[in-house]
Ligand binder design. Structure first.
Ligand code: SIN
Length: 282
């Protein structure tokens, strides 16, 4: 399936989400209608991919700023000289990767990020793919009864157990994550969001940052959260992206989960990530 858009070629990558956008050079300044078309594709597909882009860090930043102000990540190492760019790095001798579990970035913030623009600088000879999952499809596939129950619930999200000083993840990341004293964010969000731009209903809990349902204990919440995580991780809600140097993934952080596959031990993988600020959730 291939659709000819007004300006770009949009090739969906799976049934649920994802599309590769061809015929655009992101190092050039884009027009407002071109940016609007990319926003439209992001809303429709949840994650959009680009290939063979030769961007300097300045061009990466300039592209991101067309979608909103940059959200500087508190916990990641920045690319040298560019505080706006978070480095997602794994060295040949490191075992743990960053983002190696299903999550959505920044859900612990009151106003979670719109999305991230991840650019591959150095890729392993094989492996190191990123998987994405569509939280609208996951929501739609639930029973009417469970949709109704979840529709009135809210969930608590936190950065503390992931990025705080006591976190095993921070220890295992061996210096790639820092600033642990800043891991004090807690936020309460509806379990089912109405997406601020597409209007689609989104299942908005994730295994990394959601701690419990509001008004429920963590123990009471665990079985229902475990069901939702297992359900949302079904392959039919997913797409998988194989990187090359110069590939870009731009995902909507409200509408999707992502998972960095850690199957390339002994090789380096270096990505540059810029996160764009979002608007209030409803
Ligand atoms: C992330 O979770 O933001 C990083 C994803 C990746 O490196 O593929």
């Amino acid at each position: 399936e291939r659709m000819r858009n007004r300006r770009f070629d949009v090739a969906p990558t799976a049934g649920a989400l994802g599309a590769e956008i061809n015929g655009v050079d992101l190092s050039e300044p884009l027009s407002d209608p071109q940016i609007a078309e990319l926003r439209g594709a992001l809303n429709e597909y949840g994650v959009i991919f680009f290939r063979d882009q030769k961007l300097t860090p300045e061009q990466h930043i300039a592209f991101a700023e067309r979608f909103g102000p940059i959200d500087i990540n508190r916990f990641f190492q920045a690319a040298p000289g560019y505080p706006q760019i978070a480095e997602v790095r794994k060295e040949p001798e490191q075992k743990v990767n960053i983002g190696g579990g299903w999550h959505t970035d920044h859900s612990y913030d009151q106003v979670p990020a719109l999305g991230s623009i991840l650019l591959a600088r150095e890729t392993p000879p094989r492996g190191g793919d990123t998987m994405f999952a569509c939280m609208n499809r996951a929501y739609e596939a639930l029973s009417d009864g469970l949709k109704k129950t979840l529709g009135s619930m809210r969930a608590v999200h936190s950065s503390r157990h992931v990025f705080g000083a006591a976190s095993a993840y921070v220890k295992d990341a061996g210096g790639r994550l820092g600033n642990t004293e800043s891991a004090v964010q807690d936020a309460v969000h509806p379990v089912v969001l109405r997406h601020p731009e597409s209007g689609k209903k989104i299942l908005y809990v994730n295994p990394a940052f959601t701690t419990h349902f509001e008004g429920w204990t963590a123990q009471e919440s665990a079985p229902l959260l475990a069901f939702l995580y297992q359900h949302a991780a079904r392959p039919e809600f997913q797409t998988r992206f194989q990187w090359r140097e110069g590939s870009i993934a731009f995902w909507d952080n409200r509408a999707t989960w992502h998972y960095a596959v850690n199957d390339y031990h002994g090789a380096r993988r270096l990505m540059h990530r810029i996160t764009v600020q979002g608007g209030p959730l409803q």
